[in-house]
Design a protein around this ligand. Structure first.
Ligand SMILES: C[S@@+](CC[C@H](N)C(=O)[O-])C[C@H]1O[C@@H](n2cnc3c(N)ncnc32)[C@H](O)[C@@H]1O
Length: 563
């Protein structure tokens, strides 16, 4: 066996798994499975399958996920740098698939760095609705923001906050909340030996404390009738079934939504809570059986690492006993009745009382709260937003006449307001409707799906889609703006070929000679100027074309550094 497992871990798994233990241990003799997930914000599945540079095998539980053959390095292809796919461990794709995200939803990813699941959520939202993505560790939010930007997400807000403080600003706001919890990481021992080194006997206890707090706060963030998905990459029942049972006991307006036992998912193990934590089992006796409807992903039973997933459904205030009957009927029709656990009717009145107590604040209450927070906040960003920018935004979106007719017009020297400069750039260079509100933080311009007011007082890493900077009376478009564009949305496009080395040279930051006939132009546009640079048709960054030379605008910190 290549991996040296901690003795205490192996002993515990032997006790829990019994006859299955040997099979479990033999999974450590095999290499971990590598996967990638297609970024359908940038490319359709059909197009990706046509141009995929590797042999790919579908991952059963994720419609956009594929196994990558051993030895293939998908990070060393220009498509990776163009954000066409995210490299992700196959089991880690399961939680978002179970969150049921629909375009238009408001979704919170509470423990999000480095952003694997956030980019998956963003692809499901397809630019509609809101994604708030957060991590409590400042250093890790850098990778999170970069991934959100590389993958072309337009409707995300990136925070570096405690769940508690987010709840102060977004109480009962989200339709879906994902908690990919910090955990003892036992399911990753095969993939990442550092996890073995950092595992300690008491790390489970520490993780339990964090998980309990995060879960409890998530309930405050959820809108009535919403869904929380809780996931870990560990086997410890304390962090999995026991955590969920405790949550259900404290939050009787939630039920476990059964996860169909397909694709190799195994049921949660209430019996392990009874076996190893008799006190907890006793305290949670009324709800414990529900956790059989959660799922365990085992490395010896499917092609992926160890994971645990629970789907927690909030029963909205309009819930009636009949709903339960109806939903059970649906379950039976779906063949998943065994996975859902009944809620006994004697708890109904307790549930209704709880729902009333946790009802969303009125609009006036929320406004009052916001004002108090505003007074208390310390680091106010410089900004020009909301009512003011909303009005101007609407004006900016009302585009009279064809844009090609307007291009190059109306650039009087009097137009020095940042907003005017920004909107003029958009008008001259892009063919998009700006989403959300325009928000100014200093000289940086964003389009925000939640607006600046709600973010006041929070540690905001990105208030929205970073569009660029207004400097010395000029607008400099950002790299994240380019990353999120489609090749039809820029007035000037240069397409580079991934196969002949040209794309790699661009990604390394080199200046390229490109003849004028290769600059694709919309009607009425001249070749000189900012150009969207694409790799095989997919946006990778900006360049500035002039007289046969493409000046490289690919940011230094993002460049391809491998040989
Ligand atoms: C399992 S990782 C998340 C992986 C991520 N979801 C992904 O798919 O790329 C757990 C994350 O939780 C963060 N974290 C730990 N405690 C937290 C807390 N109290 N609130 C928010 N995030 C927390 C850690 O910094 C870590 O990045």
């Amino acid at each position: 066996m290549a991996v040296q497992l901690p003795l205490k871990f192996a002993e515990r798994m032997k006790t829990l798994l019994g006859n299955e233990f040997e099979q479990f241990m033999s999974s450590y003799d095999q290499s971990p499975h590598a996967g990638l997930r297609v970024n359908t914000l940038k490319i359709s599945m059909e197009s990706f399958e046509q141009l995929a540079p590797f042999d790919l095998r579908p991952i059963p539980w994720c419609g956009t996920g594929f196994y990558v053959p051993h030895g293939v390095k998908p990070g060393l292809h220009p498509y990776y740098h163009a954000g066409l796919y995210y490299i992700q461990e196959p089991s880690a794709m399961a939680p978002v698939e179970l969150l049921g995200v629909q375009p238009g939803d408001r979704v919170l990813d509470l423990c999000a760095a480095p952003g694997g699941k956030s980019t998956q959520i963003a692809a499901k939202l397809q630019g509609k609705g809101v994604l708030v993505t957060n991590d409590i560790h400042a250093e890790r939010t850098k990778a999170l923001a970069k991934n959100v930007e590389l993958y072309g997400v337009r409707n995300a807000v990136v925070l570096n906050e405690s769940p508690e403080r987010i709840a102060g600003a977004f109480e009962h706001y989200f339709d879906k909340v994902l908690i990919d919890a910090p955990c003892s990481g036992e399911g990753m021992f095969r993939k990442d030996e550092d996890m073995v080194k950092s595992w300690e006997d008491h790390s489970i206890d520490k993780c339990v404390l964090m998980q309990r707090d995060i879960l409890e706060t998530a309930a405050r963030l959820l809108a009535p009738g919403g869904t929380i998905v809780y996931s870990t990459c560990t086997f410890a029942p304390e962090e999995n079934e026991a955590m969920i049972a405790e949550f259900l006991k404290l939050n009787p307006d939630f039920v476990v939504k059964g996860i169909p036992k397909e694709a190799g998912f195994e049921p949660g193990r209430p019996d392990w809570v009874r076996q190893t934590m008799p006190e907890t089992a006793q305290e949670t006796a009324l709800v414990l059986d529900q956790v059989a409807g959660t799922a365990r992903l085992w490395p010896h039973l499917l092609e992926g690492e160890g994971h645990y997933v629970a789907v927690l459904q909030h029963r909205s205030p309009s819930f009636t006993g009949q709903d339960l009957v109806d939903s059970e009927a649906d379950d039976i029709a779906d063949g998943v009745a065994d996975d859902r656990v009944h809620i006994d009717t004697e708890r109904e009145s307790e549930q209704e009382r709880f729902i009333a107590a946790s009802a969303p604040l009125s609009k006036a209450d929320r406004k009052r709260e916001r004002l108090l927070r505003t007074e208390a906040r310390e680091n106010k960003p410089r900004q020009d937003y909301e009512g003011k920018s909303k009005g101007k935004q609407a004006k900016g979106n009302e585009r009279g006449g064809r844009k090609s007719e307007r291009r190059g017009q109306g650039r009087g020297t009097e137009q020095l307001e940042p907003e005017v400069i920004y909107k003029q750039f958009v008008q001259d260079h892009l063919e998009i409707e700006l989403p959300g509100e325009t928000v100014y933080y200093g000289d940086r311009v964003y389009q925000s799906s939640v607006g600046a007011e709600r973010l006041e007082g929070l540690k905001v890493i990105r208030p929205g889609w970073f569009m660029g900077t207004v400097k010395n009376g000029r607008f400099v478009p950002s790299h994240p703006l380019a990353c999120a564009l489609h090749n039809t949305e820029a007035v000037r496009v240069i397409n580079l070929n991934s196969a002949n080395g040209e794309a790699v040279r661009y990604l390394k930051g080199e200046t390229l000679n490109i003849e004028e006939s290769r600059v694709q132009l919309k009607a009425g546009v001249v070749a000189k100027g900012y150009t969207l640079v694409c790799v095989d048709g997919y946006a990778a960054g900006w360049g500035k074309w002039l007289d046969g030379v493409l000046k490289n605008e690919y940011p230094a910190g993002w460049r391809w550094t491998s040989v």
